[in-house]
Design a protein around this ligand. Structure first.
Ligand code: GTP
Ligand code: IMP
Ligand code: MG
Length: 408
């Protein structure tokens, strides 16, 4: 009996999809608990690339998949994903539904923000969570059981420009009726029978609506403890948290990014790492590993139960000297608290430098184990481990399933 949570520790796109796909074979059920179709989780098997948005990234295994009530679901894009991936999935009765109104509002709000736009994925995520708080968002059960859902108040509030038609309702009912269910009850039953459960987080700690770089964040909680609300599963029963972080940092969309790299080197890293949004195709901003930010993210994700998977080591080879931020210089004073990056002060990273990692045949490292990995990489990873005081379980060295090296 085991329950584990995979979470991102940066601004998303750390490679959680690959990690979940690899772990999934050892679990009975895989569960999404936050976010929605804004996520783009990539899995690469035999050179074939699959991107999952609202389905858990374990869709390639014949496992039971769940979408918890903390997720907001767009029935139209779920239908599309299901048509490409015929899986066994249950969607919680209480999931909020993204209607054409929320997608319209997402675009409209971004237009109105102008130069201050957040750079959302345009999937209606923020308005959906907001409308749920306003108690106007339809849920799965409202559509499936025709509880009725009166959107006229929203029309009075914001006028026309969007429409929730009978066609949309019929389509949603068709998609959701066969797969709607009580996710907490099913998870509890699996757990009581000794089954194992893997929870898949979307986005990353620094995009958390409460603890992230607000307002440049997503609209759900992205930290491990949100499993309690988003999947209705007791947090006390979580055995371990697997925190995923890149050995450098990326971010899509606007917002603070203390270690961002400008110019040629960032382009080189973007192209080598394929750093383009899995959902929107936008180029990701690229920067050096920020250990101040990572320490903050660790502190928010059950540090006593947390082990790290560090990804994209292969992108760092052949780049010259590497850097990692170990503190910030904030208006002339040194700080090691990420909150300082959120206070609107001028923040300059204080870097530690590391020797360049030479090009290497990763196949032989995967065969020979961590001890035959380049010593420069081992030193870099040891430094991260010592700084964070958290164990690194694995280093990922390529996008393909299986391209990783365990540390012990
Ligand atoms: P979100 O939930 O959207 O935040 O995404 P994610 O964490 O699942 O990551 P996503 O799949 O969007 O982006 C990670 C990208 O890196 C994908 O293209 C992966 O195929 C790729 N990837 C994962 N691990 C590695 C690695 O170790 N090396 C390389 N080169 N690519 C990797
Ligand atoms: P939203 O979640 O679409 O509202 O977007 C809000 C912010 O979160 C934007 O900066 C997005 O680029 C970012 N974001 C949302 N989902 C993801 C993701 O899965 N990976 C990386 N960034 C994301
Ligand atoms: Mg992604």
């Amino acid at each position: 009996m085991k329950s584990s949570v995979v979470v991102g520790l940066q601004w998303g796109d750390e490679g959680k999809g690959k990690v979940v796909d690899q772990l999934a074979q050892r679990y009975d059920a895989i569960v999404r608990f936050n976010g929605g179709g804004n996520a783009g989780h990539t899995v690469v098997v035999s050179n074939e690339k699959k991107v999952f948005h609202v389905l858990p990234s374990a869709a390639l295994w014949k496992k039971k998949l769940y979408i918890g009530a903390g997720v907001v679901v767009d029935p139209e894009s779920l239908a599309q994903e299901l048509s490409q991936n015929p899986v066994n999935v249950m969607v919680d009765y209480r999931c909020g539904l993204i209607t054409p109104l929320e997608k319209w509002l997402d675009k409209r709000l971004e237009e109105l923000r102008g130069a201050g736009a957040i750079g959302t994925t345009g999937r209606g995520i923020g308005p959906a969570y907001a409308d749920r708080m306003l108690r106007v968002l339809p849920r799965v059960l409202d559509v499936v059981y025709g509880n009725g859902h009166d959107l006229s108040i929203m029309r009075m509030l914001i006028g026309d420009g969007w429409d929730v038609t009978n066609e949309w309702l019929d389509m949603s009912r068709r998609v959701l009726s066969p797969i709607a269910g009580d996710v907490p009850e099913s998870l509890s039953s699996i757990y009581e029978k000794g089954g194992s459960i893997l929870f898949e987080g979307a986005q990353g700690a620094l995009l958390d609506i409460t603890y992230g770089t607000y307002p440049y964040v997503t609209s759900s909680n992205t930290v491990a403890s949100y499993v309690g609300v988003g999947a209705g599963f007791p947090v006390s029963k979580i055995d371990e948290v697997i925190g995923v972080a890149k050995l450098y940092v990326t971010r899509v969309g606007a917002g603070p990014f203390p270690t961002e790299i400008a110019g040629g080197l960032s382009e080189k890293m973007r192209s080598k790492g394929g750093e383009y949004g899995s959902t929107t195709g936008r180029p990701r901003r690229v920067g050096w590993l920020d250990l101040v930010a990572l320490k903050y993210a660790v502190s928010l994700n059950e540090p006593g139960k947390l082990r790290l998977v560090l990804t994209k080591a292969d992108v760092l080879t052949g780049l010259g000297d590497l850097k990692a931020a170990v503190a910030y210089n904030v208006d002339g004073k040194e700080s090691s608290n990420f909150i300082d990056a959120m206070l609107g002060k001028s923040v300059k990273p204080v870097y530690e430098s590391f020797d360049p990692i030479p090009e290497v045949d990763w196949g032989s490292v995967m065969k020979g184990g961590w001890d035959v990995a380049p010593r420069q990489l081992r030193k870099f990873v040891d430094f991260v481990q010592d700084y964070l005081k958290v164990e690194v379980a694995e280093v990922s060295v390529g996008p393909q399933r299986g391209m990783n090296v365990e540390l012990r």
